[in-house]
Design a protein around this ligand. Structure first.
Ligand SMILES: Cc1cc2nc3c(=O)[nH]c(=O)nc-3n(C[C@H](O)[C@H](O)[C@H](O)COP(=O)(O)O)c2cc1C
Length: 399
């Protein structure tokens, strides 16, 4: 399955911020995803990173000047504006934002922004006081009103030593923003997809929980893939170590019962529910509200009670329901009975005994079973690619 970035022309404008080093990583990630990346740099940016770094990563000329005879733009100054599928300015300084907001076009980046019909993403990076300044606030509001996507900035520690709003988003989040811009008219546009992820935690006492090995990676990949096909995506996540995916509505929960509450509400107007979370089947019957002392006994018996079966309970007119079955034996039989008992359209069966699929790893191989007895084997690939195969089936079911 080709990445949605495969063969896409991405123009990356880099301006004079200390955060330029992150743009090098972004360029690298884009190239690894198959994109053709044209980097344009301001003079300011070249004080922080050399054009050679970008040229070596993208294997393409880097544009630093409109008028240099060897620059493509000196022959056709709107060439990159015309061929780009997305234009992203990252990092975007206060200065470049101001110039774009005033229609100025006196360098390769501002000229390309002004001339393009492609979606434009602006990812600001600056000191918090510069970002809060009324001039910048007004310029940002102006760009938003014109339909530019403002990606960030995030809050956190800034190069100035201050803590505040002004940090450039991380390259992974910028990549998500580009994926979202490319997929805005995808085959899930106008649909709401709810995904659950992670392993629920069931309290034994205020410090101890019953947990499981789910890393949440499959669910997060599904949410990102749905986002990249244009869906409004809600991710209901039990605790994981993963960072928040860009452009996805993330709702954090702890226990199975919390997850149930949120999912019941979210599925009211959803088109599809994909349940990739590992929901605990059991929880301690009477969790203690104080930490249980170690004591002298060598045994501690905890009585368990069954958790609600969320997937079986959620029903909706036209709601496509997809489940996951993590199995270590009798894969297909167990999954088939789960498919029927929970009234699912589709179930993805994982063999959790294999090292290259299942929990914690970035790859997966699954077998998709449907109500009609269809069996589709998806060989080993990244979880993001598996997610797209699964979403292909969801799109067909929604039709
Ligand atoms: C060390 C250093 C770091 C800077 N970091 C930023 C920054 O993060 N954001 C910003 O808006 N300006 C920053 N500036 C100021 C810009 O580089 C300056 O406004 C420049 O004119 C921007 O030009 P450009 O937008 O054409 O790249 C920094 C300047 C220096 C000397």
């Amino acid at each position: 399955m080709p990445s949605p970035l495969e063969g896409k022309h991405i123009a990356l404008g880099v301006t004079g911020s200390i955060a330029c080093y992150k743009a090098v990583d972004l360029a690298s990630k884009l190239v690894q995803s198959g994109a053709l990346v044209d980097v344009l740099m301001t003079e300011g940016a070249q004080n922080f990173v050399s054009p050679l770094s970008f040229r070596s990563i993208t294997h393409r000329p880097v544009i630093t000047d409109l008028f240099r005879p060897e620059s493509e733009l000196s022959i056709n100054h709107v060439a990159i504006a015309e061929r780009s599928d997305v234009l992203i300015v990252a990092p975007a300084t206060a200065n470049t934002i101001a110039r774009i907001a005033n229609g100025i076009s006196d360098d390769p980046i501002t000229t390309t922004v002004l001339a393009t019909k492609a979606p434009v993403i602006i990812a600001p990076a600056m000191d918090a006081n510069m970002y809060e300044n009324p001039a910048t606030r007004q310029n940002v509001a102006r760009l938003e009103s014109w339909g530019y996507v403002m990606a960030g900035p995030a809050e956190g520690r800034l190069a100035s030593g201050l803590t505040g709003k002004g940090r450039l988003l991380e390259p992974q989040q910028l990549l998500g923003c580009i994926g979202m811009a490319l997929g805005r008219k995808g085959d899930l546009a106008g649909r709401k997809v709810v995904v659950s992820a992670g392993g629920t935690q069931e309290a034994i006492d205020p410090v101890r929980v019953i947990a499981n090995h789910s890393s949440g990676k499959m669910g997060y990949a599904l949410a990102e893939a749905a986002r990249d096909r244009g869906a409004r995506t809600v991710l209901v996540s039990a605790p994981t170590a993963l960072s928040d995916p860009y452009g996805v509505e993330l709702i954090r929960v702890g226990s199975a019962r919390e997850m149930r509450e949120v999912l019941l509400g979210q599925c009211d107007d959803a088109d599809a529910l994909i349940m990739a979370a590992a929901v605990a089947d059991w929880r301690p019957k009477e969790p203690s509200d104080r930490k249980v002392k170690k004591g002298k006994s060598n045994e501690w018996n905890i009585e368990l009670i069954k958790n609600p079966d969320i997937l079986a309970e959620i029903k909706g007119e036209g709601l496509v329901k997809v489940g996951f079955a993590a199995e270590s034996e009798d894969f297909l039989d167990n999954a088939q009975s789960k498919l029927l008992s929970k009234d699912l359209h589709l179930i993805a069966v994982n063999n959790i005994t294999a090292e290259d699929s299942g929990f914690a790893v970035d790859t997966n191989r699954v077998i998709l079973l449907d109500r009609e007895g269809g069996v589709q084997e998806i060989p080993l690939m990244s979880k993001y690619d598996v997610a797209h195969h699964l979403l292909d089936r969801v799109v067909t079911l929604l039709r």
